[in-house]
Design a protein around this ligand. Structure first.
Ligand code: MG
Length: 504
């Protein structure tokens, strides 16, 4: 009896501390959202110092002896905890011990080197001058090797880095999965390239006002069940989603001529937002109340963007509405033609502009390069050449310069390695989840044809969102779909879809 009272007191104190971190983290997110969406440029000085104070305060709490001791104490009586408390403990322990092992000076050095590197990278990309950026990248790679070594000296550096974003997936499994994908995708893309069939892309030759694009975006978001009492849609340079179970906001960007870009982006971020808003409220600001991983998060955005927003069933309902908003621009399109235009495949140089089919090769390329870098198989100075060779290999095109190639993404300048794979892991997961949802709701696509998207949202709420971090990633996927992560669902989906569209 007494022991239980003691455990519950210890657990309450533990929850108090993790909630403090959680709330500070959400405050940080609101400041970042404001910085991207609202803040006047002149505010940067103050904002940077506010964010630095919050970040270091969170870090201090995370590595505090008190938190460590509470975790240790609770572990002794772990059997008396319920499953959510158990998961809270597991997640907090991982974060605490990883952070605790890293010397504070190293954390500081990575932060200062990367802020310098970002500024250099911007110039290097503008001038397409890799040599300017190379010394900073080299230093960041060395620092991140040191970081990985201090987190877990028993593992390969890159495996440790990957765990920062995708804690439960083994690197060997990622390697195998990506190899399999690459083997399937490269020939499929080259068949598509060789096809005579070309979607009619004249929709790109029209003007679409931002106000009207936003209006349509809001119609779709509402149909998806995105609650504007708990969210907002704004504009930012790079679209993102930010927030918690009570308040999750999304941003998009509008292109005057390319209506596809904001459309896909808005649906994508809407999928991320539904995940946050579907997390367990009763565990707000605790580890178990958080999204499972970046890969699972991305599965929620991709499933809406691709499996819903690029499906013919969805457009059967929504094209007439879109044509009502843009009658002149879209008058020439029937459903079938519009569907094909939404799914146009065009191997390109830039990852963020890639279509559904070629996108993953951009990721696999980065994954292979990152892994080789951290395994000491290649050197930073060789990167531009290796990048271009792989582009030729994978997509049959070679960047004219490094700004369109190895310098295009900001991640490495930020010291972020091991993040890219989560984009493809999420995409692969989304196909498997979609098949499971179709099995559970046999008339799912008939519902889409009538604009009824809520049953699909509810399936995701029920099978993914509400669990937060209760399960590890593989268990979450297995519970929702009946099997472990299996790329077959994604490969079959792509083969079927693009064979039909391109008459292969
Ligand atoms: Mg995303």
């Amino acid at each position: 009896m007494e022991e239980n009272a003691d455990v519950s007191e210890t657990y309450s104190r533990f929850i108090e501390i993790v909630k403090k971190m959680g709330n500070l983290g959400y405050a940080y997110s609101v400041l970042s959202w404001d910085q991207e969406v609202m803040m006047p440029d002149g505010g940067i000085q103050a904002r940077a110092s506010q964010k630095a104070v919050l970040a270091s305060t969170i870090h201090e709490i995370l590595i505090s002896d008190e938190l460590g001791e509470l975790i240790e104490k609770l572990e002794e009586s772990v059997e008396s905890l319920d499953e959510y408390s158990h998961a809270n403990l597991r997640e907090a322990k991982r974060e605490h011990s990883r952070a605790k092992n890293v010397p504070p000076e190293l954390v500081g050095e990575i932060a200062s080197t990367s802020s310098e590197a970002i500024e250099i990278w911007k110039k290097a990309r503008r001038d397409s001058d890799f040599d300017k950026f190379a010394p900073y990248l080299e230093k960041l790679v060395e620092l991140k090797k040191e970081y990985a070594q201090s987190v877990d000296p028993t593992k390969d550096a890159y495996a440790v880095l990957l765990e920062d974003y995708e804690p439960d997936i083994e690197i060997e499994d990622v390697v195998q999965l990506f190899d399999e994908l690459r083997k399937e995708l490269v020939p499929l893309i080259s068949k598509v390239k060789g096809s005579e069939e070309r979607p009619n892309m004249q929709l790109l030759n029209h003007y679409y006002s931002e106000r009207k694009q936003k209006k349509f975006g809001e119609i779709v978001l509402k149909a998806m069940g995105y609650d504007f009492d708990h969210g907002r849609l704004d504009v930012s340079a790079h679209p993102f989603t930010s927030g918690n179970v009570y308040d999750t906001r999304i941003t998009t960007r509008y292109s005057k001529n390319d209506i596809k870009s904001a459309l896909s982006g808005t649906i994508h971020e809407g999928g991320h937002a539904l995940y946050n808003l579907g997390l367990p409220k009763e565990h707000y600001a605790t580890p178990v109340g958080e999204p499972r991983s970046l890969g699972i998060h991305e599965s929620q955005s991709r499933i809406w963007e691709n499996h819903v927003g690029r499906s013919i069933a969805f457009w059967e309902h929504f094209l007439p509405i879109l044509k009502g908003i843009f009658p002149n621009q879209l008058s020439a399109y029937n459903l079938e033609e519009f569907y094909r235009a939404m799914n146009n495949v065009e191997p390109g140089l830039i990852r963020v502009e890639a279509d559904e089919l070629t996108y993953n090769l951009h990721i696999i390329l980065r994954f292979e390069i990152e892994r080789a870098l951290f395994n000491n198989e290649i050197r930073v100075e060789e990167l531009p050449g290796i990048w271009n060779d792989k582009m030729k290999d994978f997509l049959g095109i070679v960047p004219p310069d490094d700004s369109m190639g190895v310098l295009q993404d900001i991640h490495w300048a930020m010291g972020i390695f091991g993040y890219f794979p989560t984009y493809t892991l999420g995409t692969v997961t989304s196909a498997q989840l979609y098949n499971a949802a179709k099995k559970a709701i046999p008339d799912l696509e008939d519902k889409f044809r009538k604009g009824e998207l809520i049953p699909f949202k509810e399936w995701l709420n029920e099978n993914i969102h509400r669990f937060g971090c209760l399960f590890k990633t593989d268990e979450l996927i297995e519970r929702a779909t009946g099997e472990k992560l299996n790329p077959k669902h994604y490969i079959d989906y792509l083969n079927e879809k693009y064979t039909e569209i391109y008459g292969l």
